[in-house]
Structures are given as structure tokens and as C-alpha cells.
Design a protein around this ligand. Structure first.
Ligand SMILES: [Zn+2]
Ligand SMILES: [Zn+2]
Length: 115
């Protein structure tokens, strides 16, 4: 009997540890760094002749952000880059809708994207 009680206690402790871990993680906001910039920013080129997409780390992007403007596209050199979002399902970047808001449905895989 004592053994099962111990297992129950260990199980409960593990649950608490897991819950605490997630709470701490969300409080720290470990995904953002450098004044709200995500660790990796996906940039999409809106030049129809280019259509490139590329990733930039916050430390690389920060010095290139001039007056809130994004760096030019490394592929075509045009200042036609916009900040994209990455679909949590297919990991494909997609263009934001309107003022930086996320699309409700992924244009690539068609799945509902949680807010
Ligand atoms: Zn381009
Ligand atoms: Zn998708």
C-alpha cells in the first residue's frame, strides 16, 4: 500500500512541476527578446517578381530596423519586405492580413490558425 501512495505523491509532484514550468515559461515570454522582437522574424518580400521569404534573428534584425522600417529584401534589394507569420502546422510563412494581424486560415495548408 505504501508503494502506491508514494507513486501517487510522485505523480502529483510531477504534475505541479510541469504546471510550474509552463507558468514560468509564459511569464518570462521566452519567445520574445530585444524589445518585443521575436527570436526569429520571418520576412516576406512583396515584390511580385521576387516573392522571397527569409528569416532573421532578433540580434541581426534590430540594427537594420531603421525608423521602424524593415531591412530590404536580400534577394531583390527592394524595400518591399513585410513581417510574416509562420503557420504552426506546416511551418510555412504567410503574409499578415491588414495591420499585422494574423490570418484565420493558413493559405498554405488551410488549417485554422489559433490566435
Ligand atoms: Zn525580394
Ligand atoms: Zn499552414
Amino acid at each position: 500500500m505504501q508503494k502506491t501512495a508514494a507513486i501517487k505523491i510522485i505523480g502529483a509532484l510531477l504534475c505541479f512541476a510541469a504546471a510550474g514550468f509552463f507558468v514560468i515559461r509564459s511569464l518570462n515570454g521566452s519567445e520574445t527578446t530585444h524589445e518585443g522582437l521575436p527570436e526569429k522574424t520571418v520576412l516576406l518580400c512583396r515584390n511580385p517578381d521576387c516573392g522571397g521569404s527569409f528569416e532573421m534573428s532578433a540580434s541581426k534584425l534590430k540594427p537594420q530596423l531603421v525608423e521602424g522600417k524593415l531591412p530590404p529584401c536580400p534577394r531583390c534589394g527592394q524595400r518591399t519586405t513585410v513581417r510574416g507569420h509562420v503557420c504552426p502546422f506546416c511551418k510555412e510563412p504567410y503574409l499578415p492580413v491588414g495591420h499585422g494581424s494574423r490570418a484565420k486560415v493558413c493559405p498554405n495548408c488551410g488549417k485554422d490558425i489559433p490566435p
